[in-house]
Design a binder for this molecule. Structure first.
Ligand code: NZQ
Ligand code: ZN
Length: 388
């Protein structure tokens, strides 16, 4: 275990079939005006909207509705939400939805009282928050992003063709989050499998770095095993509570800062995926699956030891009589076969990417330096081409 760190997580999390029973207690901590944020309408179809509004009513809250948050929330929508929050002086933003709704709520919470363009300040210049922050609470309906217990907030600017995530500090984490695995039963398979790959990718982004013996890597191997097992069950039997609850809990731990402790982290798959997202508006997890195999095969020689360990510990590859390279490659083959079986998108063309976009996507890809290889622009182009 290397590195010095401080660990704390300020989000109070309620988990399980009866998690919603705690919403009333939490609401009592805030003033009367609540901005109710949700997406395109799934919560109205599956009854979650009715449950939440009933509780808000019982608590005597004045509700300001802010629906229509799109997957991959945009700057235009952000400005709209800020106006609702500021004009009405809301006391709490209640996000009811998936990562997009949570991320957007956090963005509104820090931007409503920001005196300049929040896109420029928080996303282009990556500055810290120095104005009033409206507290955010979350009722999660889709698993994957970990937004329910982290400071991440990803916003898309279509005009500038950029999708950027800012990982804010403790003051931006949701104050509370309510996680009922049953709420995820109604997720369409495409969203569910995309969310599951997002979880896997979050873990791998933090796993493929470093050469030290690190407790975080052992935790990650356990999380991956649990995910791989439960994901397969949930695909066959979407209402399997045990599998759904394991996936939901794994998603939270995959990106609530714990497993990054004492490690440098990679995040290049996300950088590539976000650039693809900026050009196609495709579903987040699928932008990651489409570029992953080309990326991992590209960096394998630089992180051979770890890829070998991944193959043995996570994919149960038998190492007997094989070279390190053969073991590592067998691990990636097992991963690829599993991804195909789970119905993930395995190439960029299927997401609407055309050859003429590749140059722009490569340019929009931020290069990180915490993984096994700091990519040159030509390598990014090569990975994108191989992902077509
Ligand atoms: O909008 P509605 O109608 O609610 O439908 C949503 C949406 O179409 C639907 N859905 C959600 N819960 C449902 C449901 N449908 C039926 N039943 C339910 N229970 O699912 C669709 C996708 O929802 P979305 O919130 O967009 O998905 P996700 O949770 O994957 O969030 C994606 C966003 O999070 C960002 C991504 O970049 C993307 O913008 N990320 C945030 C991160 C963070 N905060 O740390 C990290 C991630 O890497 C990621 O970048
Ligand atoms: Zn992600």
């Amino acid at each position: 275990m290397l590195g010095d760190f401080m660990y704390s997580n300020p989000t109070r999390l309620y988990f399980g079939e009866h998690a919603m029973d705690n919403l009333k207690t939490e609401l009592a901590n805030y003033g009367p005006k609540v901005q109710l944020v949700y997406g395109g309408g799934s919560i109205k179809k599956n009854g979650i909207y009715d449950q939440v509004t009933k509780i808000l009513q019982e608590c005597g809250k004045t509700v300001f509705e802010d629906g229509g948050v799109m997957p991959n929330p945009t700057t235009e929508k952000l400005y709209e939400g800020c106006k609702i929050a500021k004009d009405n002086g809301v006391d709490l933003i209640l996000a009811v939805g998936g990562g997009s709704v949570c991320d957007y709520s956090k963005a509104v919470s820090i931007s409503a009282y920001c005196e300049e363009d929040p896109w420029d300040k928080y996303y282009l210049r990556m500055e810290d928050v120095d104005n009033k922050i409206i507290p955010v609470g979350c009722v999660l309906t889709m698993v994957g992003t970990g937004s329910e217990m982290n400071g991440g907030s990803v916003i898309t600017n279509h005009e500038q063709k950029l999708k950027i995530g800012h990982v804010f500090g403790d003051n931006v984490f949701p104050k509370f989050s309510i996680l009922n695995p049953v709420f995820t039963y109604t997720l369409p398979k495409y969203q569910m499998t995309s969310g599951c790959y997002d979880i896997m990718s979050h873990i791998l982004e933090q796993y493929f770095s470093g050469t030290d013996d690190n407790t975080s890597d052992y935790i990650m191997e356990g999380l991956l095993k649990s995910l791989i097992h439960s994901w397969e069950i949930a695909m066959q039997d979407p209402e399997n509570y045990e599998a759904r609850s394991n996936i939901m809990w794994t998603a939270t731990w995959a990106l609530n800062t714990l497993i990054a402790m004492g490690k440098s982290t990679d995040w290049m798959v996300h950088m590539l995926g976000q650039a693809v997202g900026a050009y196609t508006d495709a579903t987040h997890g699928m932008t990651l699956s489409a570029v992953s195999m080309a990326y991992y095969r590209h960096i394998l020689p630089y992180g051979l030891e770890k890829f070998k360990r991944y193959a043995i510990h996570v994919w149960d590859v038998n190492p007997a009589g094989k070279s390190d390279m053969a073991i590592a490659e067998e691990g990636l083959q097992a991963m690829e076969a599993y991804m195909k079986r789970m119905g993930l998108v395995m190439n960029l063309r299927a997401l609407g990417v055309t050859e003429d976009m590749l140059e722009g996507i490569a340019k929009a890809t931020f290069v990180m330096d915490g993984g096994y290889k700091v990519l040159e622009k030509e390598e990014i182009m090569q990975i994108l081409q191989e992902s077509m």
